[in-house]
Design a protein around this ligand. Structure first.
Ligand code: UD1
Length: 415
């Protein structure tokens, strides 16, 4: 079993290249099913989730090949529209093949994803929205069977701006008959990336970047070559590491316009930053100040940033209140931080974090991608050695986290 070995470190100095966004690359790969022929995606990170999506596409009869940071996806005329449990279980995001399969093939059999460490994660909004476009669903043996002879555009009002539901609906609507309007759509940069990719393929989409997406269905899309946006969550991880270690980091490729709220929070905590055409440069000269943190749909603070912010608050000056508004059960790593000497009181959706000067290295466990990365950040601010087990969770979303951090002076290795 792979582990991270982390030692208290700092200050950090140097530059890190930010990879392509996991949460965008996975959806663009699913969207490539919408057009027969060869799609080429650039800046695709070499992480486990992308490997699982490659397996999923291959299981449908699609040829996928990686060449460095590029993947070539060759979609044949006939595909097998099935997402088996063995893959969906390993990656919930597999559910985003539902929309493209229904719109291009008219059939889809997708295993229902189970629960995970975030608490219950229903997909009712995905299904209701697709039903409004004319899809019909039945359930047996743990699978959703979807059918749609021809999807027809409709007005869909999402109860909550769900990232996954917006993506599934967008990918279904591009080949539907007539106009679809998605109201209260999610506005995450990864959704705009998907919409821009679809537009390049020939889709007609208005309102990109807003909460009202209007899609005029077309009869066919064509394959394209496209570059994935940088991963704002990976960038946030290194900013948090800088926050607890001090120093100066250049994040090559990072985009401030995708992480405005986070940068405001970090500024409030005492981080300075500037931007040029190559990316962001951030500096931390003294111990950070505590702030309150509340997660919200974009442009609010992403729930995926929260574990790193909690790790930073553990060693900041003062106390901060953290509120989770997206996922009910996303606090499990807190017990691990407490093992490291953090002063945190959590109840329901809230946690109060009282900063201590240093944490104390301890053996801890990663329960999910971001929680694992947050424990690495905490380990950098701890005396002695932190050993984080279940490192494979982190590999789902990070290409060489240990290597990138050690290249700027952090003491992180894989064992
Ligand atoms: C995506 C991201 C995840 C990020 C999250 C929120 C991927 C692979 N994952 O997840 O990293 O943390 O957005 O920004 O891109 N909900 C329902 N019914 C539904 C769908 C969602 O009730 O049909 C609820 C969820 O339980 C949750 C909220 O809506 O409380 C947001 O979920 P959603 O935005 O859909 O998150 P994901 O797409 O699963």
């Amino acid at each position: 079993m792979e582990k991270f070995l982390v030692q208290g470190s700092g200050p950090l100095n140097g530059e890190i290249r930010i990879g392509g966004a996991k949460n965008s690359a996975l959806k663009l790969m699913a969207a490539s099913l919408l057009a027969e022929g060869s799609t080429s995606l650039n800046n695709v990170p070499e992480i486990t989730d992308v490997a699982i999506m490659m397996e999923l596409l291959e299981a449908m009869g699609v040829r996928v090949q990686r060449v460095g940071q590029r993947i070539e996806i060759d979609v044949p005329d006939e595909i097998e529209p099935v997402a088996p449990y063995s893959l969906v279980e390993r990656m919930r995001a597999s559910i985003v093949v539902l929309g493209p399969l229904l719109s291009r093939i008219g059939r889809a059999k997708v295993a229902l994803p189970g629960g995970d460490d975030f608490g219950s994660r229903p997909i009712d909004m995905h299904l209701q929205g697709l039903e409004q476009l004319g899809a019909e669903f039945s359930y047996e043996h743990g699978d959703i069977n979807g059918r749609a002879d021809q999807l027809v555009g409709a007005e869909v009002f999402l109860e909550f701006p769900s990232v996954g539901a917006t993506e599934n609906l967008l990918m279904a609507a591009v080949l539907a008959d007539g106009t679809t309007v998605i109201e209260n759509a999610a506005r995450e940069p990864e959704i705009s990336d998907l919409a821009n990719f679809l537009s390049k393929m020939g889709a007609v989409i208005e309102g990109i970047g807003t909460s009202r997406l209007t899609i005029e269905g077309v009869s066919a899309l064509h394959p394209v070559s496209y570059e994935v946006i940088p991963d704002r969550i990976e960038a946030a991880t290194y900013l948090a590491a800088l926050g607890v270690c001090g120093g100066e980091l250049r994040l090559i490729g990072a985009r401030s316009d995708h992480m405005e709220m986070l940068l405001r929070k970090l500024e409030e905590m005492g981080m300075e930053w500037s931007e040029d055409e190559d990316g962001l440069t951030a500096r931390v000269l003294e111990r950070l100040q505590s702030v309150d943190v509340s997660t919200l749909p974009y442009p609010g603070l992403a729930t995926d940033y929260k574990p790193f912010l909690v790790a930073a608050l553990c060693v900041s000056q003062g106390a901060g209140m953290v509120t989770e508004n997206i996922f009910a059960g996303r606090f499990r790593y807190i017990d691990e931080l407490v093992r490291m000497g953090a002063e945190i009181r959590a109840e329901g959706r809230h946690a109060v974090v009282r900063g201590v000067k240093r944490l104390s290295g301890a053996p801890v466990r990663a329960h999910d991608i971001r929680a694992g990365a947050a424990l690495v950040v905490a380990g950098l601010a701890a005396d002695g050695e932190t050993v984080i087990s279940d490192a494979h969770h982190v590999d789902r979303g990070y290409e060489d986290l240990a290597g990138k951090l050690s290249s700027v002076g952090a003491q992180v290795t894989r064992i």
